[in-house]
Write a protein that binds this ligand. Structure first.
Ligand SMILES: C[S@@+](CC[C@H](N)C(=O)[O-])C[C@H]1O[C@@H](n2cnc3c(N)ncnc32)[C@H](O)[C@@H]1O
Length: 205
């Protein structure tokens, strides 16, 4: 059986590449403007990770902001999504700023980036992962102290209770809630991985 067939039959349901065209199209910028969404925290020179990047709508937006000294690592479990992303990135002149990575459903697998990511994004994808708590803990390990994580889930597919479960998993992994931004059609939270001194304070004398 092909990987695409396995993904379609597996639970929870993974968005097939052809379905992504229904929301990843030229009109999307009217409701989801990447520069505006990331403007509080994403800066030039940063290393960002777009996990479950799909066809790269946000990866390309992030690449514009991080510039030539920054980098975007775009992660997906479907090679077809990454192939389309690479084509789009080349067309928009962002190819050299984007590094694609094909992961497995239970493992992002970029351990050499542990503690080095300035900003991680999961947009409309955590509900597709089989082990939510482990997945969010892996994201925590990748983000650097002081780094940010934006969790966005679709209101249509994800109930308030499921979104709460994902948020609690992120807090239990060690993230601190910063803000609940308003993003169309979505539940959303900005998290920060606190610096060690902000968590424990100074050691007792
Ligand atoms: C609904 S699409 C969203 C794509 C993109 N974030 C966007 O908003 O345009 C979800 C994507 O997450 C990917 N995905 C699902 N489970 C994943 C996992 N465990 N690790 C990485 N990517 C995953 C799917 O292959 C799909 O491309």
């Amino acid at each position: 059986m092909k990987l695409s067939q396995k993904l379609l039959l597996s639970e929870p349901h993974v968005c097939p590449w052809w379905l992504a065209y229904t929301f990843d199209n030229p009109f999307r910028r009217l409701i989801h403007n990447p520069e505006k969404i990331f403007s509080p925290y994403l800066k030039e020179g940063m290393t960002a990770m777009d996990i479950g990047c799909g066809m790269g709508f946000f990866s390309i937006g992030m690449a514009r902001t991080v510039g030539d000294v920054g980098k975007v690592i775009s992660v997906d479990i479907q090679q077809k999504m990454l192939d389309i992303l690479q084509k789009r990135a080349l067309k928009t002149g962002m190819g050299h700023r984007i590094q694609p990575h094909c992961a497995t459903p239970n493992d992002i697998g970029l351990t050499h980036y542990s503690g080095r990511i300035d900003l991680a994004l999961t947009f409309w994808m955590v509900h597709e992962t089989p082990r939510i708590e482990n997945f969010v803990a892996e994201i925590f390990s990748l983000v650097k102290p002081g780094g940010k994580y934006l969790l966005v889930e679709p209101k249509g597919h994800v109930s308030p209770a499921l979104f709460q479960r994902i948020t609690v998993a992120a807090v239990q992994a060690g993230f601190h809630i910063l803000d609940h931004p308003r993003i169309a059609l979505s539940h959303a939270v900005w998290f920060e991985k606190l610096q060690q001194c902000e968590i424990g304070g100074l050691p007792e004398m």
